[in-house]
Ligand binder design. Structure first.
Ligand SMILES: [Ca+2]
Ligand SMILES: [Ca+2]
Length: 201
């Protein structure tokens, strides 16, 4: 799967200043860390007027990343079956950040089935785009997940890593339902960190 590459100096320097460093190095990727709840997204039309799309009123599932790991980036992969994709509202919340829930998906496409996508801040195509999950023909089959950017950027999480990650999914309209089959966290490495010369006094 293609990846845009771009050094992110500011987070790297921030991590240095905090005395931490991503455990992974040398071009590897950490993950995926997988949860397979295989749970129905209940209830139908159950977002409880959740206009912000943070999954309120649906189901929640948790991944706990152990240890004291800190990374530069995070991606969330979704495997959801549904008979009317635009019913879905999805958000992720990380205990280690002060951002609150980050809205990943809200009202993408119309009647298209299912939602298979890998959501990352480095992707240049929005998941709501017709070339990603915005048409009935894309984003619908296992193993063909689009790599695309969510509604709100995961880059808001400055130092993703260890802690509790909660995915919330709800269904915002009556008539069709679905199931959260699986979701994954990935901590991809960006380009090798480029450090320009600087002095510490
Ligand atoms: Ca449909
Ligand atoms: Ca529905």
């Amino acid at each position: 799967m293609p990846r845009a590459s771009r050094p992110r100096l500011v987070p790297a320097l921030l991590l240095l200043a905090l005395g931490c460093w991503p455990l992974a190095a040398g071009g590897r990727e950490v993950g995926p860390i997988v949860s397979t709840p295989n749970a129905p997204i209940l209830p139908d039309n159950g977002c409880l007027d959740d206009a912000t799309g943070t999954g309120q009123g649906g189901i929640a599932d948790v991944i706990v990343v152990p240890g004291s790991q800190v990374f530069l980036d995070v991606e969330v992969e979704l495997a959801i079956t549904h008979s009317w994709r635009s019913d879905l509202q999805v958000a992720v919340d990380y205990s280690g950040s002060g951002t609150g829930p980050i809205r990943l998906v809200n009202n993408h496409d119309g009647s298209g089935d299912n939602y298979y996508a890998r959501l990352g801040s480095q992707a240049t195509v929005a998941c709501s785009s017709p070339s990603a999950c915005g048409t009935a023909s894309n984003c619908s089959l296992p193993g063909t997940a689009s790599w695309c950017s969510p509604d709100e950027s995961l880059a808001a999480i400055i130092a993703p890593g260890s802690g509790v990650w909660t995915l919330s999914v709800c269904d915002r309209a009556a008539g069709d339902t679905g199931t959260l089959v699986e979701w994954r966290l990935d901590f991809p490495l960006l380009d090798p960190v480029e450090l320009t010369s600087f002095t510490v006094e």
